[in-house]
Ligand binder design. Structure first.
Ligand code: ATP
Ligand code: MG
Length: 257
């Protein structure tokens, strides 16, 4: 069976997209799944956070988008993390402009991933904090979107733009696309407001809210400076255990897709 492809997206910055992508990738690898992690953010944080040095890559997702390399040529193996990485670096920031005059430019990633899909069970795409051409390429490639969010006051408001974009992509470009779920991250149950927003989320979005909750956990924040996801850096940490639990939830979820 071909890989199920998921975007980790939220146009809001710093909400835990990259942390979720690399830790879910590592969690899935840990439970025996074959995983490709695609970094669609010119910041290259998911690449570095998977132990792949973005400055040393000769081929990246940029070359794949411009059709000068295939996924098979451009991917790197992260031995420590147990998954493959299609990396990104600052070069990717130029892709937006370079693709302006290209036909079906929002389908470039989809076509490229199609050729590699039989090698994997999961392909996870870390999106940048915007609804740009790069994010659009991600959304056009995917079967579903995972939306990490913090349970803060403006969280629901911020979701409206993303939900509308996903609806438009679904209607016009990618019939497969759906929101798989909202993932509550950096959660602190002692904060009453977070509990309230969490309850609101569940009443609005019902089964679209994942059962797993990722706690705020400093080990998850420390791990990137060692070039590792928390799941690999400190498997015993509460945050790491939560991401492995989330990996199990995703494995169950795709059985119903
Ligand atoms: P950007 O929009 O810039 O791409 P992002 O949405 O990818 O950001 P991250 O980089 O994953 O967000 O996380 C933002 C910050 O929060 C990072 O410093 C990260 O280490 C920290 N962080 C993420 N999740 C947790 C958590 N569960 N507990 C503690 N810190 C966390
Ligand atoms: Mg990020």
């Amino acid at each position: 069976m071909n890989a199920k492809i998921f975007c980790v997206a939220n146009q809001k910055g710093g909400v835990g997209k990259t942390t979720t992508t690399v830790n879910l990738a590592a969690g899935l690898a840990k439970v025996g799944q074959r995983v490709l992690m695609v970094d669609l953010d010119p910041q290259g944080n998911a690449t570095m956070g998977s132990g792949v040095d973005k400055r040393k890559l000769s081929l990246t997702v940029y070359d794949v988008l411009l059709e000068s390399a295939s996924v098979a040529e451009a991917r790197a193996r992260s031995e420590k993390c147990g998954y493959d990485v299609l990396g990104a670096n600052r070069e990717l920031a130029g892709a937006e402009v370079e693709l302006v005059h290209v036909e079906r430019r929002d389908q470039r990633l989809k076509q490229a991933l199609g050729a590699a899909a039989q090698d994997y069970d999961f392909i996870l795409i870390d999106c940048p904090p915007s609804l740009s051409m790069l994010t659009l390429n991600g959304l056009c490639s995917a079967h579903g979107v995972i939306v990490p969010m913090q349970c803060e006051y403006f969280a629901l408001e911020g979701l409206t733009d993303l939900v509308n974009t996903i609806k438009q992509v679904h209607a016009n470009m990618n019939k497969d696309l759906q929101i798989i779920g909202l993932l509550r991250v950096m959660f602190d149950p002692r904060i009453t407001l977070q509990q309230q927003v969490s309850d609101q989320l569940k009443s609005h979005f019902a089964e679209k809210v994942f059962d797993t909750v990722i706690p705020r956990n400093v080990r998850l924040a420390e791990a990137p400076s060692y070039g590792l996801p928390g799941v690999v850096f400190d498997p015993g940490a509460r945050g790491s255990q939560a991401y492995v639990e989330f990996a199990h939830e995703m494995v169950e979820r795709i059985k119903k897709m």
